[in-house]
Design a protein around this ligand. Structure first.
Ligand code: NAG
Ligand code: NAG
Ligand code: ZN
Length: 519
């Protein structure tokens, strides 16, 4: 009897202890959830209307002009097929086209224009205050090929249909290129004199690696001793309905970029007649290796890279309990990454992806294949190194007959800052909020590769963002069929750059709401 009472007592105490631990734990989760709500919703007060001298309002004729200029750019077939196969006459035509549509930019004594590596462009815009570190906007003028017969309209016709402008390059990347220069053209026309100097770099071979264009633009700036405050490139957008549980559009400013590794797998065996085959052929050995790689995805790394910032920043916009989960990825990332890896589009931010892209073997129907080779393309998660990857490949395949060699490798790009004191990030974010007040803004990861990597020596603050609004179904239009931009969205893109150039005139953050020179 006494004994039982004792046991009940102990059980009660244990229960109480567990309950308090649970309550403390729950409050920790909730505190984190709701402090994010407060922090993540910062307004764009540094960038309120009062200091932008020129409001982002365009007249009807300007609205028509900006659209006509974009159409002109889309009609020039600046296609890059590979590093040596591009259309020289189209690149030259593009060079002749720019001064025609941006006469003020090309005649202003504030702007210096240079041709780099024959077809790329560098604009230097001199600000009035030399003590401010310049920034840079970059874009590219080349496009990938288009399979004409699959499109609803000819890909280089720039046809307008149902409020959209169709054309190869309308998303990648001519609306950004033209938007930047159009924004500058309109500003200069209004008599704008920037305080902070800036550069505009337009590469001509981004789609095939940027080793002529962007690389040489960066070299020229390095040789002049230029250091940048920040750089803004393509590579991320405003997502409409892509993020589950979010009822708003999400503008993702990519602060890092996935890496890239192409790996060859080779198997060589003694050749012989197929009438007396060995137990395993080179083809069988390699096929088994490739199959193991596909069955064993690289480890989940979700929550260790910039994707953590993405969900933490978006968490205030989500409903309970999704907000608690996203604000507490330190705890929930294993569950969240298991959910995310089910879809291709979200799996790519959870881990290093594996794509077997080539398989070559065999020479004749009755000869044992002397060798077999497969190529595998990995896109590295930002915290995943090449050494780790190679060890994992070796471990997964576990067959010494399969030789592993790296063909090409770019490490992922380091994470740029996105806190309250990060000038570039805050200027970009504030400008998004000026032009799209209803949109949630968050840092994120660029899953493709851009020209940005060529500029790493000029600044650590590298951002990728274009205010282009994309639905899930639009994602495949980039490099795919029926690439298009809405007429309304393109005008917003021009407004964004028009405003961004002015917002960058602030001397510092966050106390300074005053421009760094008299306007
Ligand atoms: C793998 O095969 C490729 C193409 O046949 C060859 O160039 C390369 O040298 C081979 N590598 C090894 C390690 O055998
Ligand atoms: C230029 O910018 C610096 C740094 O913000 C500031 O101290 C200085 O007053 C500015 N110069 C002029 C002429 O406005
Ligand atoms: Zn691009």
């Amino acid at each position: 009897m006494k004994n039982t009472r004792g046991r009940v007592k102990v059980a009660l105490i244990i229960l109480l202890v567990l309950l308090s631990v649970f309550l403390i734990f729950l409050s920790a989760l909730l505190i984190r959830t709701y402090t994010f709500s407060a922090a993540g919703n910062q307004d764009s007060s540094y960038f309120d209307r009062s200091h932008a001298a020129f409001a982002a309002n365009f007249s009807e004729s300007e609205g028509k002009l900006l659209l006509d200029n974009l159409k002109g750019a889309l009609r020039i077939r600046t296609v890059s097929r590979n590093a040596t196969d591009f259309d020289i006459s189209a690149l030259e035509e593009f060079g002749d086209f720019l001064p025609k549509v941006f006469p003020t930019v090309f005649s202003s004594n504030l702007v210096q224009h240079e041709i780099i590596a024959k077809y790329s462009h560098l604009f230097t815009v001199r600000g009035s205050n030399d003590s401010l570190q310049p920034f840079m906007l970059i874009a590219h003028l080349d496009v990938v090929p288009a399979l004409e017969e699959e499109w609803d309209v000819p890909p280089f016709s720039a046809e307008e249909k149902d409020g959209y402008l169709y054309g190869r390059g309308s998303m990648d990347d001519k609306s950004s290129l033209m938007g930047i220069l159009q924004g500058l053209e309109f500003l200069l026309k209004r008599g704008y004199i920037p305080c902070r100097s800036f550069y505009i770099g337009i590469g001509h071979d981004e789609e095939v690696g940027g080793n002529n264009g962007a690389k040489n633009i960066a070299k020229v700036l390095q040789s002049r001793g230029v250091k940048l405050s920040f750089l803004l490139d393509e590579g991320s957008v405003i997502l409409d309905g892509v993020i589950p549980g979010l009822n708003k559009h999400a503008a993702i400013i990519a602060t890092s970029e996935k890496g890239f590794a192409t790996v060859n797998l080779n198997v060589s065996v003694d050749t012989g007649h197929s009438s007396m085959p060995p137990k395993e052929t080179s083809i069988g050995i390699l096929a088994a290796a490739v199959s193991k790689l596909e069955k064993n995805p690289m480890p989940r790394m979700f929550g260790q890279g910039p994707e953590r910032g993405l969900f933490e920043h978006l968490s205030p916009q989500l409903h309970f309990p999704l907000n608690m989960v996203m604000a507490n990825l330190w705890l929930f990332s294993p569950i969240v990454s298991r959910m995310m890896e089910k879809k291709q589009s979200t799996n790519t931010i959870v881990r290093t992806t594996t794509a077997v892209t080539e398989f070559h073997a065999g020479i004749k129907a009755n000869v044992i294949a002397p060798f077999a080779r497969a190529t595998v393309n990995f896109r590295l998660h930002p915290v995943h190194t090449l050494d780790q990857l190679l060890q994992q490949i070796q471990h997964i395949i576990s067959d010494e007959r399969v030789k592993i060699e790296v063909l090409q490798h770019y490490p992922s790009l380091p994470m740029s800052s996105y806190d309250d004191t990060s000038f570039g990030y805050q200027v970009i974010k504030g400008t998004i909020q000026n032009i799209f007040p209803e949109v949630a803004v968050a840092p994120g990861l660029c899953i493709a590769n851009t020209d940005t990597r060529h500029y790493q020596k000029l600044t650590k603050e590298l951002y990728r963002f274009i205010p282009m609004i994309l639905k899930q179904e639009d994602v495949t239009r980039v490099h795919g069929v029926n690439e298009r931009i809405s007429v309304k969205n393109y005008e917003e893109i021009v407004k964004f750059y028009f405003r961004l150039l002015q917002n960058s005139d602030l001397s510092s953050l966050p106390s300074s709401r005053i421009p760094s020179c008299d306007l």
